[in-house]
Design a protein around this ligand. Structure first.
Ligand code: NDP
Ligand code: HSE
Length: 449
């Protein structure tokens, strides 16, 4: 039987990982799917650079700058889209689908925003559309949630789903390294997005959370409704206070089903979060990712592994390719639906706004060291029925104490029990209005998971 031919759109970090994994493990893969699978073509912008990379890896691939010729090539059965960005990736994928090619993409930005269009086109042309490599790099978490947990009602999905962000946070926390210096290292290792602000500002994690939430809850993709906060504003001082209280600071994506007066709604949010140090998630370091799923039959299950990188992500794409090879020639209506639920059974579950999120809070209040301040602050929290789990009153700020004319300022750290965010923000506005509180309160969310 002839081999199955794969065309790559892009031959960078992930494209080269796919080609290497397929070539190195060719025999093993053939035994798994019954046909030989080979990368024959790759489309890029800089042909000479890609040809040099292919030669260096000893890969015999036709490199072209004409991506349209790859998606329409009559010999190619499967396309791996690993160029990134919305365009021309979207048009090329739509063209590939119209030419009857199956697609696997690592491009979560594309799927989170245009997934509904792409899935409809895949259904129309009776081909498969996979996106295993687009979430959590090498961890087969899409397959786990979509297929392995298919018998469960899923309550929540929470995880560290950006490798670059976790790499930066780990190095800053453990080694006290500079943000920009660590970001440059993540870029050199091929972890970061073409626009690294997607990693540090939480957009990439929000793309991935959008996909996870849809396959967990059977809802359409709602990227525009994710609450997004990145890691730029995390201060060393808060990491230290959090540690003293028994918490680690991690950047999490959280999708949680809520029941509000008998109606289902979801929280979709990406933000720095304090989690107990004893939690497994608190011990996920560097480029590693982990996704914690809470579901009714299994309970909690955790999926851990490299969240970015050439061969880990290549491995996830190859898993999609193998599924496609196994399905070649079969009835596509019998395939697993892209979003786990039948397309006509997706529920338009409303996404809660920020005020309606319920979580614990870490508040760092900088206040003047004078009688009555604590009582004023406690009175405000009490008035709003916010119960406190811990209070940490620190020594005066050393810089400030050196200035004789300035009032002595104290950092006061409070941990609240779960409260609606709108209520907490109202209380914080009142605390900030106190004369004895001269600067903005630092507020971070706390999850006990
Ligand atoms: P790279 O920048 O390393 O590679 C991108 C490749 O696509 C290059 O070969 C580039 O060619 C080509 N390309 C980009 N734009 C065009 C275009 N308009 N026309 C033709 N070719 C183009 O990116 P990565 O491999 O890191 O990422 C690719 C995708 O995979 C992204 O969507 C990313 O989010 C995703 N991803 C990345 C992971 C990682 O660890 N890096 C992990 C998981 C997902 P040229 O160099 O000639 O410009
Ligand atoms: N830039 C992404 C990350 C790549 O660092 O997680 C993997 O999706």
């Amino acid at each position: 039987m002839s081999s199955v031919k794969v065309g790559l759109l892009g031959f960078g970090t992930v494209g080269q990982g796919i080609a290497s994994v397929l070539a190195r493990n060719a025999d093993e893969i053939t035994r798994r799917c019954g046909r030989r699978v080979e990368v024959t073509h790759a489309a890029v912008r800089d042909v000479a650079k890609a040809q040099a990379a292919a030669a260096e890896a000893n890969l015999d691939i036709q490199i072209t700058d004409d991506a349209a010729s790859v998606v329409s090539h009559p010999d190619i059965d499967i396309i791996c889209e690993v160029m990134g960005g919305e365009q021309p990736a979207l048009d090329l994928c739509l063209s590939a689908l119209a030419h009857g090619k199956h697609i696997s993409t690592a491009n979560k930005a594309l799927v989170a925003v245009h997934g509904n269009t792409l899935f409809a086109a895949a259904q129309k042309y009776k081909v498969m559309f996979g996106f295993e490599p687009s979430v959590a790099g090498g961890i087969p978490v899409i397959k786990a949630v979509r297929e392995g947990l298919a018998g469960n009602r899923i309550n929540s999905v929470a995880g560290i789903i950006n490798g670059t962000g976790n790499f930066i946070l780990t190095a800053m926390t453990d080694q006290g390294r500079d943000f920009n210096d660590v970001l440059q290292e993540a870029q050199a290792l091929g972890y970061a997005e073409a626009d690294p602000s997607f990693d540090v500002d939480g957009v990439d994690a929000a793309h991935k959370l959008t996909l996870l939430a849809s396959i967990a809850f059977g809802m359409p993709l709602k990227f525009d409704e994710v609450l997004i906060e990145g890691i730029r504003n995390i201060e060393q001082e808060d990491v230290v206070h959090a540690n003293e209280l028994g918490y680690a600071v991690k950047h999490l994506g959280i999708a949680r089903r809520r029941n509000i007066e008998g109606k289902t709604a979801v929280e979709l949010r990406v933000h720095p979060t304090l989690i107990p140090q004893r939690q497994l998630l608190a011990n996920v370091h560097g480029v590693m990712n982990a996704v914690l799923v809470d579901s009714d039959a299994v309970g909690q299950s955790l999926y851990y592994g490299p969240g970015a990188g050439s061969e880990p992500t290549g491995s996830a794409a190859v898993a999609d390719v193998i599924d496609m090879v196994r399905a070649l020639g079969s009835d596509p209506t019998h395939q697993v639906p892209p979003l786990a639920f039948q397309g006509n059974a997706l529920e338009d579950i409303p996404v809660l706004g920020a005020d309606d999120i319920e979580t614990g809070f870490y508040c760092r209040i900088t206040a003047e060291d004078k009688p009555g301040v604590m009582a004023d602050i406690a009175g405000i929290f009490g008035k709003h029925n916010i119960s406190l789990e811990a209070i940490l009153q620190k020594e005066p700020d050393a810089d400030n104490a050196a200035d004789e004319n300035a009032a002595t300022l104290l950092p006061i750290v409070l941990l609240s029990h779960q409260v609606r965010e709108g209520v907490m923000r109202q209380a914080i506005a009142e605390v900030e209005a106190l004369q004895s509180v001269p600067s903005a309160v630092v507020l971070l969310r706390v999850e006990n998971l």
